[in-house]
Design a protein around this ligand. Structure first.
Ligand SMILES: [Zn+2]
Length: 52
């Protein structure tokens, strides 16, 4: 079973929390799908650029 290290995780996007299977070689996946990834990126961008 060489190189078949499947990794399971839980989507980091709130309130999704769906379990996903990380199939990236680096194991950097944090979201269940592209949609959550984009949504979280947009939210991070917004909070980073928001004015007080
Ligand atoms: Zn998700």
């Amino acid at each position: 079973m060489a190189g078949g290290a499947d990794r399971f995780g839980v989507c980091a996007a709130d309130p999704c929390r769906a379990p996903y299977l990380d199939r990236t070689r680096a194991g950097r996946q944090r979201f269940c799908c592209e949609l959550c990834n984009n949504r979280a990126a947009a939210a991070a961008y917004r909070s980073r650029t928001r004015r007080s």
